[in-house]
Design a protein. Structure first.
Length: 149
């Protein structure tokens, strides 16, 4: 009999592997890298712009990866930085017109993938799944906090 640990960790790791592969495959179709997806996605959701610090938090990436991604996307003309006023790390980045087009395409692809991947779930099951996932995440965070205290 498979343990809860094996089942949970195996499923989470496999799901993460598939998500990373999907990001790479889908972004390659747009001439971009999988690492670009989350920055474009988050900027597309924030018309007020986001600083590198905010993107680091929202994308759940380290500072260096977000900085590298912002540099690459700026060079491609998909992202632009507001005029620096004060501390540069707090200066917001915005999507350009071309960036908005790419973000819209990303959203269409995400919607399609999630619709297909979750097609075996009812709306109620989907809602319950995300509720349960939030409970497990909160419990895991508490365990981590206790372990590192």
């Amino acid at each position: 009999m498979e343990s809860r640990f094996d089942a949970f960790v195996g499923a989470i790791l496999e799901l993460n592997r598939i998500v990373q592969k999907l990001k790479d495959v889908e972004m390659k179709k747009l001439g971009l890298k999988g690492a670009h997806l989350m920055v474009l996605y988050q900027l597309g959701r924030a018309p007020e712009g986001l600083s590198a610090v905010q993107l680091t938090d929202r994308c759940r990436e380290d500072k260096a990866a977000v900085s590298r991604t912002l540099s690459q996307l700026t060079a491609k003309g998909l992202v632009e930085r507001a005029e620096a006023a004060g501390r540069s790390y707090r200066t917001p980045f915005f999507l350009t017109a071309a960036g908005h087009e790419v973000a819209a395409e990303i959203n269409r692809r995400i919607e399609h993938i999630f619709e297909k991947a979750g097609s075996g779930l009812t709306s109620q099951q989907r809602h319950e799944f995300y509720d349960m996932l939030a409970v497990i995440l909160k419990g895991a965070e508490q365990c981590l906090a206790e372990s590192t205290a």
